[in-house]
Ligand binder design. Structure first.
Ligand code: CA
Length: 244
């Protein structure tokens, strides 16, 4: 890693073969690794080790990965990669909108997984640097609020207010909304959005973008089924409409 400070990955996984392979592979690539084997353990270890990213298996004994994801999301914007056993499960999981940032299907290649971890961490770091969320950042960071229609987004405070109500958004949704609003009135292609939000080396499928757009619409739009703010530009991408 190009950073002297090592990133910590919390691996939530009950299959020993994966635990072993991940611990070896991630450690070799310069990550610190914490392991939890049940959902309940995951929440306890999360509080204890304050990881930079969470790799979360869907099928866990007792508390399911979905519930763990929801619970983590309610207390943190930490990047979460959800791991499913079948690719068909990805559709189910994304449909439930639990707030994961990315998805991988078993069996996966450790190298691909590490590429995704790095991409998410890089984006997270960028956002932190931009918004001054780091502990050492000055308190008086200039406010960078964007207001379009009845939605305002403040990168300095990592805060979104929609029609007078503060809404908490996971990291990727926040970034996506920020990028859309900063370019209000302009058409953004799918490729541009994916590259900007997930990184140029993103290896996942493009469904991830649609899922995040859907989640954002559920929060941003007055009528999510008839979006007026985040408009689909057929065959191209999306646009944040400033005429709303
Ligand atoms: Ca499992």
């Amino acid at each position: 890693m190009d950073n002297a400070e090592r990133s910590r990955v919390l691996v939530v996984e009950d299959e020993e073969a994966y635990v072993d392979a991940l611990t070896v592979g991630l450690t070799r690539e310069g990550f610190d690794v914490s392991v939890a084997r049940t959902g309940a353990e995951a929440l306890a270890v999360f509080d204890e080790c304050a990881p930079d990213i969470v790799l979360l298996d869907l099928m866990l004994p007792n508390v399911s990965g979905l519930d763990v994801c929801r619970e983590l999301r309610s207390r943190s914007s930490v990047p979460i990669i959800m791991v499913t056993a079948k690719s068909a499960e990805v559709d189910t999981v994304v449909g439930l909108e639990v707030g994961a940032d990315d998805y991988v299907t078993k069996p996966y290649r450790i190298r691909e997984l590490i590429a995704r971890i790095r991409a998410l961490l890089r984006r997270d770091e960028l956002i932190r640097a931009e918004t001054g969320r780091t502990a050492s950042a000055p308190e008086d960071v200039a406010e960078e609020a964007i207001v379009v229609g009845d939605i305002s987004l403040d990168t300095a405070k990592h805060e979104v207010v929609i029609r007078g109500e503060e809404v908490s958004l996971p990291l990727k949704e926040f970034e996506l909304l920020h990028y859309l609003m900063a370019n209000a009135g302009r058409v953004l292609t799918r490729d541009a959005l994916i590259e900007r939000i997930w990184g140029y080396d993103y290896v996942g499928d493009t469904k991830t973008l649609d899922v995040h757009i859907k989640r954002l619409r559920a929060k941003v739009e007055e009528e999510p089924s008839r979006p007026a703010s985040i408009v689909t530009i057929r065959g191209l991408g999306y646009k944040f409409d400033r005429q709303r």
